[in-house]
Design a protein around this ligand. Structure first.
Ligand code: TRP
Length: 365
């Protein structure tokens, strides 16, 4: 079945390997599969501003960082439309109409909003309305492009559910107009939620536990060698735990049989390596060295491509400008359909004007 993909990221920092295994790698595969009719990749600056209103320069600078990361991983502007959210004003207009279909308690129940509210300190000033309603704006992002498929991380599940509800509510109220999207999650548990190098639940810039896509080789090595492992695995002979062990979770996400053949031929694949670690006799340093080799192999071409694109920043902005124009044309079509369904297309509906004319002509007689 053909379909349309839309996904995106907030430009609040460079992208890291958590983004890579959680979504970026998949996007490139989907793009290169040629199976989708249209692919839209959005830099969600308007959404980033919902909690960075006082810091627009951070958002502005990171638009370029994210765009460079996109191009570096292999998103190809010939095949995917890369664009900036704020440059498509139709998205804001759609959000405003969808707001009438969502209640305040429903937004308060959105688990992602709840979790983010708990993480941030809005207590003194209160929650910005824009932040509170960003799930609605996200539904506008998805539906504007008639997306059938939204490849994102697990944390975005509540956003997709909220979007589907808005679509159903809109279609019930105004007639079949919008497309209900499906979420596409990573199929491997390690990719679903890659922990930070400190073993904390999530890789995040504020926790300082990330490996960035653009990281230099020596930095990658240092970070890998400092990673948390099984704290009870004190001597090489001790049996070790692989479950919940960050180094093995990373290997689930990054190792391939080819990498075993090339860098660690003692084992055929990850299950053999794990079995040895669990039995005892396999030291953390050896496992970390192997992980380092896998990461270096995976990240080197990405870093090199990024350096090439860094030489021509004008080109990168041109890609975003052209992509934003294409995206706007698509969103404008959907907005026109939405306005027609809501009967607020006053000037486009000549039959309505004629009927009104008729009504008053009769009235005069
Ligand atoms: N919320 C996403 C993030 O934090 C970014 C985003 C905005 C998005 N709109 C979207 C993702 C629409 C998928 C679809 O990274």
């Amino acid at each position: 079945m053909a379909g349309i993909i839309l996904t995106g990221d907030r430009p609040t920092g460079r992208l890291h390997v958590g983004h890579y295994v959680g979504s970026l790698r998949r996007r490139v595969e989907l793009q290169n599969s040629g199976k989708y009719d249209e692919i839209y990749i959005m830099i969600a600056d308007a959404q980033a501003l919902t909690d960075n209103a006082k810091n627009p320069s951070k958002v502005r600078e990171n638009i370029l960082e994210v765009a460079l990361d996109y191009l570096a991983v292999g998103l190809d502007p010939e095949k995917s439309t890369l664009f900036i959210q704020s440059q498509v004003p139709e998205l804001t207009e759609l959000s405003f109409y969808y707001m009438n279909l969502v209640t305040v308690p429903r937004l308060q129940r959105n688990p992602t909003v709840k979790a983010e509210l708990a993480m941030r300190d809005f207590k003194s000033e209160g929650i910005p309305v824009g932040f509170f309603t960003y799930p609605i704006s996200q539904a506008a992002d998805i539906t504007a492009f008639r997306a059938t498929t939204v490849p994102v991380g697990e944390d975005q599940e509540p956003m997709l559910e909220q979007c589907r509800e808005i679509v159903r509510s809109f279609n019930n109220t105004y007639g079949e107009t919008l497309t209900e999207p499906d979420i596409m999650l990573p199929d491997n548990a390690a990719c679903l939620r890659l922990p930070g190098i400190d073993g904390k639940a999530k890789m995040s810039k504020s926790l300082g536990n990330c490996i960035y896509l653009a990281e230099e080789p020596e930095e990658i090595r240092k970070k890998v060698m400092s990673m948390f492992t099984d704290p009870d695995h004190l001597r090489v002979e001790d049996p070790g735990k692989t479950e919940g062990n960050p180094v093995f979770i990373y290997l689930e996400a990054f190792s391939k049989p080819e990498y075993f053949a090339e860098f660690c031929p003692d084992y055929k694949d990850l299950s053999e390596m794990k079995a040895h670690y669990e039995r005892g006799g396999l030291g953390d340093v050896k496992v970390k060295k192997f992980l380092n080799s896998c990461l270096q192999a995976e990240l080197e071409p990405i870093r090199n491509r990024r350096k090439e694109f860094q030489k021509d920043i004008g080109y990168v902005y041109e890609v975003l400008r052209k992509g934003s124009e294409v995206a706007e044309r698509k969103a404008a079509q959907t907005l026109a359909d939405v306005k027609a369904a809501m009967k607020i297309d006053y000037f486009a509906d000549s039959s309505f004007i004629e009927a009104q004319t008729e009504k008053y002509r009769e009235g005069q007689q």
